[in-house]
Design a binder for this molecule. Sequence first.
Ligand SMILES: Cc1cc2nc3c(=O)[nH]c(=O)nc-3n(C[C@H](O)[C@H](O)[C@H](O)COP(=O)(O)OP(=O)(O)OC[C@H]3O[C@@H](n4cnc5c(N)ncnc54)[C@H](O)[C@@H]3O)c2cc1C
Length: 367
Amino acid sequence: MTHQEGTALKIADQIRQNVRPFTTLDVGGAARWFVRAHGAQELAQALTWAKSHQVPVFVLGGGSNVLMADAGFDGLVLQLADHHIEIQHTDDGRCLVHAGAGVVWDELVDFAVTHDLAGLTCLSGIPGCVGAAPIQNIGAYGQDVSETIAQVHAVERATGASRTFEADECGFAYRHSHFKGRWRDQFVITAVTFALSPGQQAPLRYRDLKERFAGQDTAPLKETRQAVLEIRRSKSMVYDTADPNHRCAGSFFVNPIVAEKDAQHVVEVAQERWGQDTPVPQYPAGQGKVKLAAGWLIERSGFEKGHIAGRAGLSSRHCLALINRGGASAAEIVALARTIQAQVQQTFGVQLEPEPTWVGFESQDTA
Ligand SMILES: Cc1cc2nc3c(=O)[nH]c(=O)nc-3n(C[C@H](O)[C@H](O)[C@H](O)COP(=O)(O)OP(=O)(O)OC[C@H]3O[C@@H](n4cnc5c(N)ncnc54)[C@H](O)[C@@H]3O)c2cc1C
């Protein structure tokens, strides 16, 4: 028996692994197969095994942006366990930090801040792993990860070939990249290289942060990290099992980017219903488009923070986070998501799109 066949047997032995505990929403069924790949060789073996057995593969990171179907996933769930971080100083004064896909995201931010490297600080407290960060171009408090990604290292699933993408090849946009779009399910991200700036301060672009550091445009990294973590905690946006809102996937819907005329319609609806002075949060999104605030649309469509829908509901601190209140099924989360989408559509004519990846459903479009 070859080593490869041995790995195939190892995978086949681990039948029906419950994935639910590996996801922050804590809903859904089991994976038919589950494997944790330590390094390039095991990853190659797992992909080869899946290909030869014609088994679909789902790559799971920290499970913080995943909605697993109650029926589970009839395929191989693959997790990467590469936890190394390397630093390289360059001649132009920058610092390249190379992190394996399995590194816990917030541990990387902590590492950068501890080494006085600017670029990731405002992304403190986002759950998940490094490998997922480029997928939706994670962002928070005025920073997107694409601002500091230099390269994304990946393995092509179909061929097993190693690929390195420069940041400008990845199609990064608001909560989007080619990995989530046209390259969907084609690559396993194995590592990411970040270009960070030694000795600089963190930018303060977001209102809540600006208020903390009144009058400043930038602040020291450690203080900024601390402030971001505190603000996030006050909104139940760090993953903490002691928090009753913790079973969630963060924001369940992305902020919709709409045509100017559709944003104007939202303003007209708001003024008609709640008076001429009703402020509608909106931000220019380029090319005649406007970004609206999904949370505001949800709240104004009649869903309050803490809304209860059986065992599902909305976070008591943040109505953009759908939560599993304890023992909810994926179907209950989906039902609430659909109710919210329908109500927002009916009230404002805006279609909300879910942010998490739906796994084991026939199509994410079922949203
Ligand atoms: C409390 C809370 C707060 C959050 N706050 C934010 C926030 O402020 N900003 C933000 O942007 N997001 C936020 N999120 C969403 C989530 O944390 C991020 O999207 C995170 O990057 C997901 O990482 P993960 O490792 O958990 O990925 P998973 O949830 O496991 O996977 C997410 C997607 O990435 C794919 N993927 C994962 N790893 C790989 C890999 N190595 N190769 C290829 N594909 C891969 C998966 O297949 C899936 O499609 C929040 C979530 C929670 C629960």
